[in-house]
Design a protein. Structure first.
Length: 169
């Protein structure tokens, strides 16, 4: 399961990705308020991503955070691994943090391991090929489709002008 830290990291970076490329850095308080993330929690996350080279920071009155690379080069799988660690649901299928299960007699034929490896592979395949920019495009496409299917606003009956009766009838 995705931790709150990873979710908040993705939300914050997606917010920065929606900003004009090369624009002014964004203050942490603005990101926290817009994305409804506790500011102190967000500070720790953004500091880590800054150290990892995903973000840049600028101090001072015009300071804040911005993406250090284009959004289409920042993959969700990389972000999640940086914040949460391995994607694998159990350690014996992890590529980056493999550990054998102490209670497993035969790892090569363990049914649980075989299924969890498929889960890990499927997750990694999607997350390692999906960038922040891709995620935003998907969101924008859904918003556009929803906007097209929403009915146009109809005035309530009490707000409509009354019809004039025809005096000749």
């Amino acid at each position: 399961m995705l931790t709150r830290s990873a979710k908040y990291a993705i939300k914050a970076l997606a917010y920065l990705a929606r900003r004009p490329e090369g624009g002014a850095p964004v203050r942490i308080g603005d990101i926290a308020r817009e994305e409804k993330i506790p500011q102190k929690f967000l500070e720790r996350i953004l500091l880590q991503l800054n150290r990892d080279g995903i973000l840049y920071s600028r101090r001072g009155p015009e300071g804040g955070y911005g993406l250090a690379r284009p959004a289409n080069t920042i993959m969700l799988g990389d972000l999640i691994r940086r914040i949460d660690g391995p994607l694998a649901p159990i350690p014996c299928v992890s590529v980056t943090a493999y550990r054998p299960c102490p209670d497993c007699g035969d790892e090569s034929s363990c049914g649980l391991r075989l299924v969890m490896k498929e889960v890990r592979d499927a997750m990694a395949n999607i997350l390692d090929q999906t960038s922040l920019a891709d995620m935003q495009k998907r969101s924008d496409a859904v918003k556009g489709a929803l906007a097209e299917t929403r009915p146009t606003a109809v005035k309530p009956a009490h707000a409509r002008k009354p019809r004039r009766s025809n005096p000749t009838s």
